[in-house]
Design a protein around this ligand. Structure first.
Ligand SMILES: Nc1ncnc2c1ncn2[C@@H]1O[C@H](COP(=O)(O)OP(=O)(O)OP(=O)(O)O)[C@@H](O)[C@H]1O
Length: 249
């Protein structure tokens, strides 16, 4: 059984075909990168996986379960978490409070007026562990809105991890970052991927990050799948070279 199976999915916006017959199979524990020039349909493709957009045609299956009709919030409960191209954190809360929210949601407590005494220590420990793993302990008390781009992204990734996902979708995790921050975020992704046997699908423009992290790469062009393979296969693919790596990268 494949972990995530995308079968011939398409999405039209009026006469524009943003995603056009994409098939992709991701195995458990794999890190898959989705690359392609601007407007290739990558974010739309993600939104079809998470259920934020309806499919025009095709199927998305998670461990053989067809996700048709399952809302994004229910997909999160099934173990799908994502981060966005523009970081989504609560800027006026501390890093610790940002992490606390998904930790409490994962514990089924979010709307509870008071945390039961027996859960207070485990919740605190879970927050501490996530802060530590994300390299955020030293800045746990700072407002998230004051942090550098890279630290905000690390906070957002750890918020997604707090939900105990089985599948993590990262939309351009290093977008807009300088070399040092890009490197730090890539290292964090590599660590969580290795530590937790997490399945990761990421959209990424920075080819150094892609080649460093991805087990396999899917290349989209104008909504269509252009190629799929290991980093070495993609590098050697003449069609990809012509259409993408030689130019837009
Ligand atoms: N809600 C929408 N309504 C109409 N057209 C849309 C919508 N969302 C995306 N598109 C169009 O679909 C195409 C694919 O867009 P998408 O954002 O998925 O590409 P992308 O590969 O993620 O691009 P980028 O790398 O710039 O983020 C584009 O032509 C875009 O203008």
């Amino acid at each position: 059984m494949s972990f995530l199976k995308i079968e011939n999915v398409s999405r039209h916006f009026g006469s524009l075909v943003a995603v056009d017959g994409v098939t992709m199979t991701v195995e458990k524990g794999e890190c898959r990168a989705v690359i392609g020039p601007n407007g290739a349909g990558k974010t739309t493709f993600f939104n079809l996986i998470t259920g934020m957009l309806d499919l025009t045609s095709g199927r998305v299956l998670l461990e053989d379960q067809d996700l048709a009709g399952i809302k994004p919030s229910a997909r999160v409960r099934m173990g799908m978490a994502r981060t966005f191209q523009i970081t989504e954190i609560f800027p006026d809360l501390s890093v610790r409070e940002n992490i606390r929210i998904p930790v409490e949601i994962a514990a089924g407590l979010h709307l509870a007026p008071k945390i039961p005494a027996r859960l207070q220590a485990p919740i605190r420990e879970r927050i501490d562990a996530l802060l530590e793993e994300g390299g955020l302990t030293r800045i746990a008390g700072r407002y998230a809105g004051e942090l550098s781009h890279g630290d905000q992204r690390a906070c957002e990734i750890m918020m997604a991890l707090a939900l105990n996902p089985r599948l993590l979708l990262l939309d351009e995790p290093t977008a807009g970052m300088g070399d040092d921050e890009t490197h730090a975020v890539a290292r964090l992704i590599k660590r969580i991927h290795g530590d937790q046997n997490l399945t990761i699908v990421l959209i990424e423009h920075d080819m150094r990050v892609v080649f460093n992290l991805a087990d396999k790469i899917t290349v989209l062009e104008q909504g269509r799948p252009l190629a799929e393979g290991t980093p070495a296969e993609i590098t050697a693919n003449a069609e990809v070279q012509a259409a993408y790596l030689g130019g837009a990268a």
